[in-house]
Design a protein around this ligand. Structure first.
Ligand SMILES: *[C@@H]1O[C@H](CO)[C@@H](O)[C@H](O)[C@H]1NC(C)=O
Ligand SMILES: *[C@@H]1O[C@H](CO)[C@@H](O)[C@H](O)[C@H]1NC(C)=O
Ligand SMILES: *[C@@H]1O[C@H](CO)[C@@H](O)[C@H](O)[C@H]1NC(C)=O
Ligand SMILES: *[C@@H]1O[C@H](CO)[C@@H](O)[C@H](O)[C@H]1NC(C)=O
Ligand SMILES: *[C@@H]1O[C@H](CO)[C@@H](O)[C@H](O)[C@H]1NC(C)=O
Ligand SMILES: *[C@@H]1O[C@H](CO)[C@@H](O)[C@H](O)[C@H]1NC(C)=O
Ligand SMILES: *[C@@H]1O[C@H](CO)[C@@H](O)[C@H](O)[C@H]1NC(C)=O
Ligand SMILES: *[C@@H]1O[C@H](CO)[C@@H](O)[C@H](O)[C@H]1NC(C)=O
Ligand SMILES: *[C@@H]1O[C@H](CO)[C@@H](O)[C@H](O)[C@H]1NC(C)=O
Length: 422
């Protein structure tokens, strides 16, 4: 019943933009949440502008309703009455529960959703209750993982022929203030060397269907020439909605203990040690993530960041570990933007592959925008030499520890349990 209406609306809204060419969409850092990014989205007719969390680790889209009752609903939110293309799909209150315990509740609705000129009729949730951890800097979430119960924004772009190649590629600037998502292509200017392609793994123990997340097999994790013991079916999840590198608690503890890190005073998630001079000890080992035919190496200054802890009225600077433990994780880890910022990551939906290369973070470059996927992009092995970078060597702007913690807890946006409240 809704479909007839839907296709009429789609045709009217998108008559001019169905050229199928790749389109680069800007990403902006989310204030007070280091390593997190938002994407600008226009919703409704006439359109209302929102900033949504850019999240490849969940599937749904939601926006706060203007009439949102909870305390956190201080942003303007979406005013559905002002949009002539708005429709309620199911007025029952639905819940989206994220793995970190946060949630939103509201009806399922649909409207025209436009991201950088690529526009579709999109179903999303209108959050009347916001128990999420996304904070006020964003108005909701744009999920880019695999379709769950509803078509995703990315899926709708494909089915409406607005991208001819079923890929999106992600890149972050060196200062982490911005980034981009290339819809429908691979940007050969944004990486060095060749892409290392990895099969997407599904949720069954053999790695087959169902598929939910952009994840692949982590073959090994080595540090100091020793491998950390992982199960044979250990997944590495690529999730732009997670800031830090999340591991099962026992493995995070093993990694951090081997590095000589312990919990920062008053914290039970974040490991580190005082480093008043903001110098990362050179004696720390490199850590390698073994993926398929290659391995991605991280140097100490790539997995240690500086955070500040105010205690006894004095600010203490800590060298802080990118690796944190999460009780919800068993045989999987989340890469986290803190590490993937070094990478150019291609998500190939048609061929079910994730491509990684060393990002070329020269911000003066402009895009090359190649319409390509894993079948026609050059494949190769990891060129680890391309971009060694320094996370932070300047302690005049360390991240505040509370900010980091909330960015972490924000984001185990893994499984969503949709429940109907009758
Ligand atoms: C994950 O763990 C958190 C904290 O322990 C808990 O609140 C949440 O309900 C768990 N989520 C799932 C899906 O198990
Ligand atoms: C890796 O990529 C960089 C940047 O494109 C290039 O300068 C370098 O020669 C490459 N190294 C190898 C071993 O291919
Ligand atoms: C770690 O495991 C990989 C894959 O099994 C293996 O190739 C490599 O030699 C191991 N490294 C060490 C230091 O044992
Ligand atoms: C960590 O601290 C939080 C808040 O103080 C608490 O709720 C949680 O249970 C603690 N977790 C562990 C594993 O001790
Ligand atoms: C920090 O730098 C000062 C002055 O350069 C030096 O005296 C001190 O030993 C350093 N402290 C640490 C912990 O490296
Ligand atoms: C880490 O890797 C770099 C090369 O990428 C190498 O120069 C350095 O010696 C390595 N560090 C350790 C502790 O092995
Ligand atoms: C703060 O002061 C107390 C009491 O003097 C001390 O035990 C504690 O270690 C201090 N905290 C830090 C982070 O220095
Ligand atoms: C960055 O790219 C521009 C444009 O290609 C080039 O002129 C410049 O030399 C590059 N800078 C570095 C540091 O590679
Ligand atoms: C550190 O950051 C501050 C504030 O952004 C800046 O003024 C200063 O020049 C930086 N110092 C170095 C050594 O880069």
């Amino acid at each position: 019943m809704l479909f007839g209406l839907l296709s009429i609306t789609v045709a009217a809204v998108h008559a001019n933009v169905r050229d199928g060419t790749p389109k680069e969409i800007q990403l902006s850092s989310v204030s007070a949440s280091p390593f997190m990014f938002s994407v600008g989205v226009e919703v409704g007719t006439p359109s209302q502008s929102f900033k949504l969390l850019f999240d490849s680790g969940s599937s749904s889209m939601w926006i706060r309703d203007s009439n949102c009752g909870s305390q956190s609903c201080s942003n303007p939110g979406f005013v559905s009455a002002k949009s002539k293309t708005f429709q309620t799909v199911n007025s029952n209150s639905h819940s989206i529960n994220y793995m970190d315990g946060s949630f939103i509740q509201g009806p399922l609705v649909e409207d025209a959703v436009n991201v950088g000129g690529k526009s579709v009729q999109q179903e999303f949730y209108l959050a009347k209750t916001d128990g999420s951890a996304v904070g006020f800097a964003v108005d909701g979430i744009l999920g880019l993982a695999f379709p769950n119960t509803l078509p995703t924004f990315f899926g709708n772009l494909i089915s409406s022929n607005q991208i001819t190649k079923q890929v999106f590629s992600v890149y972050y600037s060196k200062d982490l203030q911005s980034g981009s998502m290339l819809l429908g292509g691979i940007d050969t200017n944004r990486y060095g060397g060749e892409l290392l392609w990895n099969l997407v793994y599904g949720d069954s123990s053999s790695g087959s269907a169902p598929f939910s997340l952009w994840k692949t097999k982590l073959d090994y994790l080595s540090m100091s020439d020793k491998n950390v013991t992982l199960s044979d079916s250990f997944d590495l999840i690529f999730d732009t909605g997670t800031a830090l590198s999340n591991f099962p608690v026992a493995i995070a503890d093993k990694i951090n203990t081997a590095l000589g890190f312990s919990f920062i005073p008053g914290q039970n998630v974040t490991y580190g040690f005082p480093c008043p001079n903001s110098t990362v000890p050179t004696a720390l080992p490199n850590i390698s993530f073994g993926l398929g035919s290659g391995a991605i190496n991280f140097h100490p200054e790539e997995y240690v960041y500086f955070s500040s802890l105010v205690s006894n009225k004095t600010t203490h600077v800590y060298c802080t570990s990118a690796f944190v433990g999460r009780p919800n994780l068993t045989d999987s880890a989340i890469f986290g933007n803190i590490l993937t910022q070094k990478l150019y990551v291609v998500h190939d939906y048609k061929n079910m592959k994730i491509g990684v290369a060393a990002a070329n973070r020269n911000t003066t470059l402009t895009g090359a925008f190649v319409a390509a996927d894993s079948t026609d992009a050059p494949a190769g092995s990891w060129n680890g030499s391309a971009d060694r970078y320094t996370m932070r060597t300047n302690n005049s702007k360390p991240f505040s520890n509370s900010g980091v913690i909330s960015a972490v807890s924000l984001n185990l946006l893994i499984t969503m349990l949709l429940t109907l409240n009758r």
